[in-house]
Ligand binder design. Structure first.
Ligand code: PPS
Length: 292
């Protein structure tokens, strides 16, 4: 059985958000960034937690004890997060030590202006649309912050129609891609991270202007592997109470693979999805791999 949820979504500047995030959005827009902030941005379920863990370990010089000082959602506060009874992402960030790492799922056009005024670095992680659909479906089943997804076919239809929290995957990935040269944005892919994590970690290091020994890079590759993060309670969200995230329904660290969509899409769903995908991606040179 899914987690009990009566969440409704509310549009903010055309973007569907949870009611509480929507109510708090004016505070997000007014957020004051600092030049030494680093943002990890992604549409939901594209690898934000994985990248956050990598960046925090880089800032800890690969020291795993330091990196395990707190849960990932406290080490890398979620900018727009607002849940009753908990400090908002803005509250957390305003109280955080510098340099701050910031998580967001916002499309680029809704990022608070201060990030661009302060020329903040952003690492954007993208993941293929089909695996995101599957991963997002399971998040809806286990998280009380998300509306009830209904059966898979209903959820997939809503996802394709952008009738989900954070609306369109297409707009999110394309928006950041188109503007990647206008700001300090490193655009990376989940599939590349799976294929060659060391190469992508080195790209991140270079982007952040950090140098590290091969041995420490190898250690970060190991510490941020799916298996190690799944076992790390400071990275796997197990410290979130069950009433918010029921990991007996589906673990946060669920499968961590490329191509799980093949276990969920029917042949007809896949054909329909591909046809719609072609139309929506016709105006971009952005390409994704759905298998590696
Ligand atoms: S969230 O809730 O939107 O912030 O989720 P996000 O962290 O962006 O994405 C969660 C998916 O990323 C997978 N994940 C990983 N895959 C490979 N390696 C590592 N280290 C890793 N860490 C997290 C996680 O399992 C979710 O994907 P699925 O397909 O559901 O397993």
């Amino acid at each position: 059985m899914d987690v009990a949820s009566s969440q409704t979504l509310v549009p903010v500047h055309g973007l569907l958000l949870t009611e509480h995030i929507a109510e708090n959005f004016e505070n997000v827009e007014k957020f004051q960034a600092r030049p030494d902030d680093v943002v990890i941005a992604a549409y939901p379920k594209c690898g934000n937690t994985w990248t956050s863990e990598i960046v925090d370990l880089i800032y800890c010089d690969g020291d795993e004890v330091k990196a395990r000082r707190d849960a990932i959602y406290n080490r890398v506060p979620f900018l727009e997060l607002c849940v009753p009874g908990m400090p908002s992402g803005i509250d957390q960030l305003n109280a955080a030590a510098f340099p701050r790492l910031v998580k967001t799922h916002l499309p680029i056009h809704l990022m608070p202006a201060s990030f661009w005024e302060k020329d903040v670095k952003v690492i954007y992680v993208a993941r293929n649309a089909k695996d995101v659909a599957v991963s997002y479906y399971y998040l809806h089943k286990m998280s009380s912050a998300m509306p009830d997804p209904g059966p898979w076919d209903v959820f997939l239809d809503n996802y394709v129609k952008a009738n989900v929290c954070y609306s369109s995957w297409y707009d999110n990935v394309k928006g950041w891609w188109e503007k990647r040269h206008d700001h300090k944005i490193l655009y990376i892919f989940y599939e590349d991270m799976k294929e060659n994590p060391k190469k992508e970690i080195k790209k991140i290091l270079q982007f952040l202007g950090k140098e590290m020994s091969e041995a420490i890079v190898d250690k970060i590759v190991y510490l941020t592997s799916f298996e190690v993060m799944k076992d790390n309670d400071m990275a796997n969200y197990k410290t979130i109470p069950t009433e918010f995230m029921n990991q007996t329904i589906s673990p946060f660290m669920r499968k961590g693979i490329v191509g799980d969509w093949k276990n969920h899409f029917t042949v007809a769903q896949n054909e329909q999805f591909d046809e719609d995908y072609k139309r929506k991606m016709a105006d971009t040179d952005l390409h994704f791999r759905t298998e590696i």
